[in-house]
Design a protein around this ligand. Structure first.
Ligand code: DX5
Ligand code: ZN
Length: 227
């Protein structure tokens, strides 16, 4: 039985106090870092220098979600810096496998993300070369959007392949995850839940993380709380 993973997204944190915002969610499995380039998505956030500072400021493994064009050029740098998982978008490159190889060679886990409208079937074969599948449940670019339940079919399809042993992957979901939506995602077979506004918009972010983890474990057929 796997343990539900919660990855608070610092997109909803105070960027002037990132070290404190990371300590506020101590005990989270991953800290989700949204890198946006104002080209692949219509928003601009942060890049490698901020990730390097954050790596020095927290022990939580960093989950870098690169919403950028030309990930082959930039992704290995995040791995070299010490990010635990580096996820690229399937829509941003013609050769996701080559990028995964470079990320792994630079010492990180490699993730593949798909936007809500991108089907998973064309990528099932290459998922063997990845460690994480990040299913977007909102259009990438902004926090605080509404969860799109249609994407859960992709999580279910990949969960089946993981359960049957054909793939070894963390199934992660990102966008609109909160107390109302996490159960449906957990039932669909998600292992790792990104939550931005639901964690950093709460009075007690650490409590919000625990509550989300418990809610996921309570309904999931494949997740349980570690004791
Ligand atoms: C959106 C980002 C998400 C975002 C999620 O493009 O990838 O990680 O922070 O925010 P919430 O949880 O508020 O939808
Ligand atoms: Zn994200």
């Amino acid at each position: 039985m796997a343990h539900p993973m919660i990855a608070p997204s610092i997109l909803s944190a105070d960027f002037a106090r990132l070290a404190d915002e990371a300590s506020a969610v101590e005990g989270s499995e991953w800290l989700h870092v949204d890198v946006m380039d104002a080209h692949f998505v219509p928003n601009l956030t942060l890049g490698l220098p901020v990730v390097q500072s954050l790596l020095a400021a927290t022990d939580i493994p960093l989950d870098c979600h690169l919403m950028i064009d030309d990930p082959g050029r930039w992704a290995p740098g995040y791995a070299e810096a010490g990010a635990y998982n580096v996820t690229i978008h399937a829509e941003a490159t013609d050769d996701p496998r080559a990028v995964a190889r470079d990320i792994r060679a630079a010492g990180a886990k490699a993730g593949l993300s798909v936007k809500p409208g991108t089907p998973i079937e064309p990528y099932l074969e290459i998922l063997k070369d990845f460690d994480t599948l990040l299913v977007m449940s909102v259009e990438p670019g902004f926090g605080g959007q509404k969860f799109i339940p249609d994407v859960l079919g992709k999580a279910k399809a990949v969960r089946r392949l993981v359960d049957s042993g054909e793939l070894t992957l963390v199934v992660e979901i990102d966008g609109g995850i909160n107390a109302d939506t996490i159960e449906a995602a957990a039932e669909a077979g998600v292992d790792c839940f990104v939550a931005g506004s639901a964690v950093y918009g709460a009075d007690d972010p650490a409590h919000a993380v625990r509550a989300l983890r418990e809610a996921a474990a309570a309904v999931s057929p494949h997740l349980t709380l570690a004791h």
